[in-house]
Each structure stands twice: as C-alpha cells, then as structure tokens.
Design a protein around this ligand. Structure first.
Ligand code: AMP
Length: 192
C-alpha cells in the first residue's frame, strides 16, 4: 500500500493536483470535502450537520470526521489495497494520529505528505476567483478568511508532525499546474 497525503491551505491546489495524481498513479482518491458535499447535496442527516460547520468555515469535529473516513475506507476495502491519495484529511493532529492507527491495522503508513506551499495573498486571490465559479457555500470572502485562520491554527501544525515522521515533502505550489506536478512526481518517485 502506498499512501499519499496531499496537504496545503484552502486554495493551494490540492484538488487539481489530486486529479493529476489519480491519472498518473491510479491510486484510490478520498477527498473528505467532496464526501461531505455529496452528503449535503443528498440532504442526509450527516450532510445537514456538516453544512453548519462548512458554511461557517469551521472544521467538522474530529470524532465525526474520523468515523466518516473509517467508513469510506471500509466501504472501499478492495479499491484501497494499492494505496490511497488522502485529500483534505488529516486536518488536525488528532486526525493524523487516528490515520496512523487506522493504517497500522493494515500494516501500512503514510508514505509521503505533499505539502503545497503557496503565499497567503495568492491563496485569497485564487479562492475568490474560484468562488465566482464554484457555487460553493464556503467560497465567499468572509468564510475564506475564516478557513485560512482555521488552517493556520489547527492544520498547519501538521507540517511539523509529518516532518518529525520524515515523510514531509515541501512543494512550491505557485506556478504552472504541470510544472508543479513535475515536482510532485519527483518527490513521489523518490519515496517509492
Ligand atoms: P475542502 O473541500 O477540503 O476544502 O473541504 C471543505 C470543508 O469541508 C472544510 O472547510 C471543512 O469544513 C470540511 N472538511 C473537509 N475535510 C475535513 C477534515 N478532514 N476535518 C474537518 N473538516 C473537514
């Protein structure tokens, strides 16, 4: 099992680069944001709960998020055997610790964390542009600023966590999509 975490602030290009990773490495992709938006669009109970947090720019509580991830992994037990691209998870130290435990049960681990590093002004510009096109309830100026604050407070400490685990690869997330993906491929192939 070769597991990749694609990591970075909102607007750093996780979704875009995940699409390229899936195409190139044929690994199973889990975007927790997409899982949640799917529940919201289907109007499930979970979707109703998640929507309150998402539209306010806050994280879904760890316990709930971890159990959602656990069930996605269970549901796709066959597909995940080769490895997974985790996109948008973990977002807190608690989630990272749980992921480590979950993977350990399968004698697996996070093999590489691709940290897409982009300056904050560029993130805001990108998110505002995306907001004009995406129709996402959390791509408005007020929520964008909250999401960046939540990222800085709760998610960015994961960089140090994964540096300590010796799996963090810093990727310059500014520049052309293909140029960034070239750097990603080099980092992944070196970790294989
Ligand atoms: P994303 O599509 O990854 O930008 O996620 C959109 C929103 O979904 C986030 O701003 C959070 O509110 C929620 N979310 C996604 N993944 C997680 C996670 N791992 N932990 C908590 N909340 C999450």
């Amino acid at each position: 099992m070769f597991n990749i975490v694609i990591f970075g602030a909102p607007g750093s290009g996780k979704g875009t680069q995940s699409d390229k990773l899936i195409e190139h490495y044929h690994l199973f992709h889990i975007s927790t944001g997409e899982v949640l938006r799917d529940h919201i669009s289907r109007g499930t109970e979970l979707g109703k709960t998640a929507n309150k947090f998402i539209s306010d720019g806050q994280l879904i509580p760890d316990e709930l998020m971890i159990s959602i991830l656990d069930s996605v992994l269970d549901e796709h037990a066959d597909a995940v055997k080769e490895g997974v691209i985790f996109d948008g998870f973990p977002r807190t130290i608690n989630q990272a610790v749980s992921l480590k435990e979950m993977l350990k049960k399968h004698n697996a681990q996070v093999n590489i964390v691709l940290g897409l590093e982009v300056a904050e002004e560029e993130l805001v510009d990108r998110l505002i542009k995306r907001g004009a096109e995406s129709g996402r309830s959390d791509d408005n100026h007020e929520t964008i600023m909250k999401r960046l604050e939540v990222y800085n407070n709760q998610t960015s400490p994961l960089k140090e966590f994964y540096q300590n685990e010796q799996v963090y690869a810093a990727i310059n997330g500014s520049g052309s999509i293909d140029g960034i993906f070239e750097d990603i491929k080099k980092a992944v192939d070196a970790a294989k």
